[in-house]
Design a protein around this ligand. Structure first.
Ligand SMILES: Nc1ncnc2c1ncn2[C@@H]1O[C@H](COP(=O)(O)OP(=O)(O)OP(=O)(O)O)[C@@H](O)[C@H]1O
Length: 626
C-alpha cells in the first residue's frame, strides 16, 4: 500500500521527535493520556444528551497495557474516536495550534527546550517509539481504522477491526541505546505508575492498568502459605482535579505544571487564584495570571475564555462569558454543578448563573491584583508592563463604567519620583494648594520631560504624571477626577495656577502677537502670550478638548475622520527670539514674517506634529543665515 507523506511542517517536528536528544522524553505519556482524556471528554459530553452513546460517566476510562515481549506500550480510551478523515487530518498534519506557530518561529537550537515547555502532542511519542499504530473507531461509525507510521517517511491508513468506539495508541518502544534501560524503562510497570502520578494524576477519568499482585493461594495452609501472582485492575491516578483541591494542599510545582501543560505556556504563571464559592451559585475556579504576554495575545488567533466544566464534565473550552473582555489574558478553569450541561453558546450570554460567576471572578481578580500591588510591588509592575494596557481598556470601555474599581490599579510614571506611581500615592502627596492632577502625554519619557510646557510646573516642584501610552490620555479624560481632584493636561490646557503671575503684555507685544497670527493665518487658531514658558521661546497647545496625542491616535486608526486638535501658539514674550521679531517688525516685516514661520514650525516639531512642508522650512531656516 502507498505511503502518504506528512505535511512539511509536521515532518520537521517529527524529525525532531525521532532524533530527539531531549532528556525528559517521559512527557510523551502525559501527551498521549491527555489526548485520550480529551477524546473521552467529548463522548462523555455527548452522552449527556444522546442516549445512544450507552455509557455513563463512570464507564469511561483510559487503560494502559504493556507487552514486554512485543516491546509495546498501549494507551486505550473509550472516547469519541476518529474517522478516517480525522486520522488523516489530525495525525498527518501537525495541529496548527498557536503553540506550533510559535515553535516554528524559534531557531533549531530552541527546539529541545520547546519540547519540555510546551509538550508537542501526539508526535512526542516518536521520542520513545520507532513505530506507532493507532486503531480507532469513531462514535456513530461502523468501520474502524488503523493508522501506522515509523516516523518521517510517511504513514498509512487502512481499514481495521475494533469492537467498541474509542482509540488504541500502540507504541513500539525503541531498543535501548548506549544507556541501559533508556527506552525499556517505559515497559516497566513502576515507570508507568510513577509517570501517571507525576503528570496525569488529576485527569478526571480513571487511568487503569492491569498490575500483578502477590496473593496467598486459597488452598495453601496458613502456616506454610504459598503465593501466586494475580493480575488486577488498578487505578493509577487520584482523579481529583487541581481545582477541587485546597490551595494550601497543592504545591507551586503542581500549579505550574498544570498551567503550562494545559494552556501551552512556556513560563509558569505569575499568580494563581483559587476560588471556592457556595451560595447563589456553587462553583470552583482556578485562575492564572500569566507571567508573560501570551504568544498570540495581540493577534486574531488568540482565543480568550476559561474552560467551563459542569460537575467534572468539560462543556466548553473557551467560555468568554466568564470574564470581562479586558481580563481576556486570564487563563483558567471554572467548574460548577449548577450549570445546565447542554447550554449553547447563544444561551450562555443570558445565563444568570454564569453572570454571577463572571462578576465574582472579576472582583476576585481585581482584589488579587490590589493585593499584589500592596505586597509585591515589583511583581505588580511586571504584571502592569504586560497587561497594564488591558486594565486601561477596562477603564475606557463601556463609558468608564468600571473606572471606580480599576483606577487604583493604574500606574503612571512620576516626574518627581522618577518611577511608576499610583493615583493614590500622587493624591496623598499633593500639597493642599494644588488643585489639579497634572499629566503630560508624549512618545517617550525623555520627550515629555523636555517639553517646554512642563517647565513651569517642574520649576514649582509639582508632580506630573507622564503618559507614554496612547491610551493614557483617553484615560485621564475618562477618569475626569480622582479623589475629588480634576485631571489637567500640563501640556495642552490652562494650568489653572492662580498664584502664578499672568504674563505682562505691552501694547507692542499684543500687536506683535496679532502680527504673528496674521502671518500664520488659519494654520493656528490663536496666538497668545504664554504663562507656562520660562526659558523656551514657543510651544503649541490645544486648549481644552481634543489633544495632539488624541489627534495622532485618530490619524493612525481612523484617518477618514480628520480629527484635528486646536492649535494655539503660545509665545514667551520675554524671550530674546520674540523681542528680536518685535524689533524687526516695523523695519523689515518680511524678515519678521520669516521669524514667525520659524516659531510656528518649531512649535509643531516640539509637539511631534508633522510639518506641512519640511523642505520649505529647511530652506527658510537656511535663508536666515545668508
Ligand atoms: N486518543 C485520541 N482520540 C481521539 N482523537 C485523538 C486522540 N489522540 C489524538 N487525537 C486527535 O489528534 C489531534 C492531534 O493531537 P495532538 O496531541 O498532536 O495535538 P493536540 O492535542 O490537538 O494539541 P496540543 O497537544 O498542542 O494541545 C487531537 O487534536 C485529536 O483531535
Amino acid at each position: 500500500m502507498r505511503k502518504k507523506q506528512f505535511k512539511a511542517e509536521s515532518k520537521r517536528l517529527l524529525d525532531l521527535m525521532v532524533n530527539s536528544i531531549y532528556t525528559h522524553k517521559e512527557i510523551f505519556l502525559r501527551e498521549i493520556i491527555s489526548n485520550a482524556s480529551d477524546a473521552i471528554d467529548k463522548l462523555c459530553y455527548l452522552s449527556l444528551t444522546d442516549d445512544k452513546v450507552g455509557l455513563n460517566r463512570g464507564d469511561f476510562a483510559i487503560t494502559i497495557s504493556v507487552d514486554k515481549d512485543a516491546r509495546t506500550l498501549t494507551v486505550s480510551d473509550n472516547g469519541i474516536g476518529m474517522s478516517a478523515d480525522e486520522l488523516e487530518n489530525n495525525l498527518g498534519v501537525i495541529a496548527s495550534s498557536g503553540s506550533y506557530k510559535f515553535r516554528r518561529e524559534q531557531s533549531e537550537d530552541a527546539d529541545t527546550d520547546i519540547i519540555g515547555q510546551f509538550g508537542v502532542g501526539f508526535y512526542s511519542a516518536f521520542m520513545v517509539a520507532d513505530h506507532i499504530t493507532v486503531v480507532t473507531k469513531k462514535y456513530g461509525e461502523t468501520q474502524a481504522w488503523k493508522w501506522e507510521s515509523s516516523g518521517a517517511e510517511g504513514y498509512t491508513v487502512t481499514e481495521a477491526e475494533r469492537d467498541a468506539v474509542g482509540t488504541d495508541i500502540i507504541m513500539h518502544i525503541k531498543e535501548d541505546g548506549e544507556e541501559a534501560g533508556e527506552f525499556s524503562r517505559y515497559l516497566e510497570d513502576w515507570t508507568i505508575k510513577s509517570l501517571v502520578k507525576k503528570y496525569s494524576d488529576y485527569i478526571r477519568f480513571p487511568i487503569k492498568m492491569l498490575l500483578p499482585h502477590s496473593v496467598k493461594k486459597p488452598d495453601s495452609p496458613d502456616d506454610k502459605p504459598e503465593y501466586e501472582t494475580v493480575y488486577e485492575w488498578e487505578t493509577l491516578n487520584s482523579m481529583v482535579p487541581l481545582w477541587q483541591r485546597k490551595k494550601s494542599e497543592v504545591t507551586k510545582e503542581e500549579y505550574d505544571e498544570f498551567y503550562q501543560q494545559r494552556f501551552g505556556e512556556m513560563a509558569p504563571p505569575q499568580s494563581v487564584i483559587s476560588v471556592s464559592a457556595e451560595g447563589a451559585v456553587t462553583y470552583k475556579a482556578l485562575l492564572f495570571l500569566p507571567s508573560k504576554v501570551p504568544n498570540l495575545y495581540y493577534t486574531q488567533d488568540f482565543k480568550p475564555g476559561l474552560q467551563l466544566y459542569s460537575a467534572g464534565v468539560m462543556i466548553m473550552d473557551h467560555c468568554q462569558e466568564l470574564l470581562p473582555e479586558y481580563f481576556s489574558f486570564v487563563r483558567g478553569v471554572v467548574d460548577s454543578p449548577d450549570l445546565s450541561l447542554n447550554i449553547s453558546r447563544e444561551l450562555l450570554q443570558h445565563d444568570r448563573q454564569l453572570k454571577i460567576i463572571s462578576s465574582n471572578l472579576e472582583k476576585k481578580i481585581i482584589s488579587e491584583l490590589k493585593k499584589m500591588l500592596s505586597d509585591d510591588r515589583a511583581g505588580y509592575e511586571k504584571f502592569y508592563e504586560n497587561f497594564g494596557r488591558a486594565l486601561k481598556v477596562g477603564v475606557l470601555n463601556q463609558f468608564g463604567e468600571k473606572r471606580e474599581s480599576l483606577q487604583e490599579l493604574l500606574l503612571f510614571y512620576s516626574s518627581t519620583e522618577k518611577k511608576l506611581v499610583t493615583l493614590r500615592e500622587y493624591a496623598d502627596r499633593m500639597p493642599e494648594s494644588q488643585k489639579y492632577i497634572y499629566y503630560a502625554a508624549g512618545d517617550t519619557l525623555e520627550a515629555i520631560d523636555s517639553l517646554p510646557q512642563t517647565e513651569l510646573l517642574k520649576e514649582r516642584g509639582t508632580e506630573i504624571l507622564y503618559c507614554t501610552d496612547r491610551a493614557d490620555e483617553f484615560l485621564a479624560d475618562s477618569l475626569r477626577t480622582y479623589d475629588g481632584k480634576e485631571f489637567r493636561s500640563a501640556v495642552d490646557g490652562d494650568l489653572g495656577l492662580e498664584d502664578e503671575p499672568k504674563p505682562q503684555e505691552s501694547e507692542s507685544d499684543k500687536e506683535c502677537l496679532a502680527f504673528i497670527k496674521e502671518t500664520l493665518g488659519d494654520r493656528v487658531d490663536e496666538v497668545k502670550a504664554s504663562q507656562k514658558l520660562k526659558s523656551h521661546p514657543v510651544c503649541m497647545t490645544s486648549g481644552d478638548g481634543l489633544t495632539f496625542e488624541m489627534e495622532k491616535y485618530f490619524q493612525a486608526v481612523q484617518p477618514e475622520l480628520s480629527m484635528k486638535a486646536k492649535r494655539i501658539l503660545e509665545v514667551n514674550v520675554a524671550h530674546p527670539a520674540f523681542l528680536k521679531l518685535e524689533s524687526v517688525r516695523a523695519t523689515d516685516p518680511e524678515l519678521a514674517k520669516k521669524y514667525a514661520e520659524v516659531l510656528y514650525n518649531q512649535a509643531l516639531l516640539i509637539a511631534g506634529l508633522p510639518l506641512a512642508d519640511p523642505s520649505g522650512y529647511t530652506d527658510l531656516v537656511c535663508s536666515l543665515w545668508s
